[in-house]
Ligand binder design. Sequence first.
Ligand SMILES: Nc1ncnc2c1ncn2[C@@H]1O[C@H](COP(=O)(O)OP(=O)(O)OP(=O)(O)O)[C@@H](O)[C@H]1O
Ligand SMILES: [Mg+2]
Length: 242
Amino acid sequence: MTQDRKPPLLQIKGLKVNYGGIEAVKGIDLEIHEGELVTIIGANGAGKTTTLKAITGLLKWAAGEIIYLEKNLEGTPAFRLLHQGLAMVPEGRGVFARMSIYENLQMGAFVRSDEAGIRADIERMFGIFPRLKERAHQLAGTMSGGEQQMLAMARALMGHPKLLLLDEPSMGLSPIMVEKIFEVIRDVSAQGVTILLVEQNARLALQAAHRGYVMESGLVTMSGKASDMLDDPKVRAAYLGE
Ligand SMILES: Nc1ncnc2c1ncn2[C@@H]1O[C@H](COP(=O)(O)OP(=O)(O)OP(=O)(O)O)[C@@H](O)[C@H]1O
Ligand SMILES: [Mg+2]
């Protein structure tokens, strides 16, 4: 899948992010090529969310570079990113609580002006997530955690992203919904969307991904083909509960 001749879609070099005196990310390198599904796994507090927040401009970084579409992202305001094809589904909720499901989906398409296409995509999302259709006019803030997670994912897809960043999309979902969300992730990837997936569910993430990175205490301690990582004794012991 890796296309070596093309520059990576996203390249992170020597990224450091601090919160006050705390070094949360201590100099990491990471790259994603067009069409790849790459996962970052790691324990609580490893710096995964911090890395995603740096990419989307929600946090200033202390050192390093984040290059997307061959341009340094430093200083790019978050609202511009979707125009450049970069969408994030944040950890936990992240939907517009006081808007309905339908309005949230419309908001996800704010960078588009093809009204008929937007309506067709909303119907497509309702096909993938029937629960959202049943509740189209309910306020998003009154949906269950899992329902909000589905909505957040559907809303991100409405923007037709080139690169989709997912922060623990399976968190808080029932086992059936976890399977469903991974099925959606695999489908979206198969349609050509590049995905960076942060997950606690290391097994499912590595099974779905082409490549993976392990983060520990702010550092990348391992990276490689996801299938090799699934077989790695250290990964199996630390992250697959074996
Ligand atoms: N706003 C903040 N202020 C201070 N420290 C923070 C802040 N956000 C995160 N941290 C710290 O930075 C470190 C990395 O946090 P981060 O949220 O990136 O971890 P994570 O890998 O996403 O963990 P999890 O799997 O639990 O979501 C942690 O030690 C955390 O306590
Ligand atoms: Mg996190």
